[in-house]
Design a protein around this ligand. Sequence first.
Ligand code: FES
Ligand code: FES
Length: 231
Amino acid sequence: MSAHEDSHSNPGSQQKEELLKHEPGGDPPRNGITRRGFLKGAGITAAGTALLEGVHGFNTAAQSTDPGVKVLGPGAVPVTLSVNGKDHAIQIEPRTTLAEALRIQIGLTGTKVICDRGSCSGCTVWLDKMPVNSCTMLAIDALGRHVTTIEGLSEAGQLHPVQAAFVKHDALQCGFCTPGMVMSCAALLESNSHPTEQDVRHAISGNLCRCGTYARIFAATLDAAGTSRKA
Ligand code: FES
Ligand code: FES
């Protein structure tokens, strides 16, 4: 299984999937909320869950009649995102993706947006050490979680072993896919300190490199793990 997190395990995602069942031409909208309304910017999530921790204000006039469910937005709301060990108080519309919040609101542009539709994993960050595509995840779904970006991998000016190995093995050409590749490879080593090449191949199976640097990425990751390359 790919290491990328299954969005179906996320309570916020389940709420949104419920909303998406009712348009177009289908059942009437529930609780006054339609798919069109959601896509225009209304985010919805369950009150009392970790997802809402850090949300300091709501559009209470737009609250759902469903107990325990509140509507955020569609205007910007103040939230606090935990990124690379620091809390960032920002104002975002609920439709804001995690990638947008990281790059635009917080200014961490190391996370790259390439396809912006979940097909290349160039935007990979960690959510509680699990690699996720930040372009297809709403920032509000990261509330109460710990986000790690490529900027957060190095410590005290020291590159993460995977970053250092990418440099040593020249495992990049244009470099655009590299932050996402590094995040996926480093996540692998968090869960498997002695991977085989097959493990590395599996870990980056969702990461696309148009320059074709895969062989060097395998070598770099195995080197970082202290294991020799296996055919
Ligand atoms: S930019 Fe997010 S998956 Fe391609
Ligand atoms: S190094 Fe260019 S896309 Fe991977």
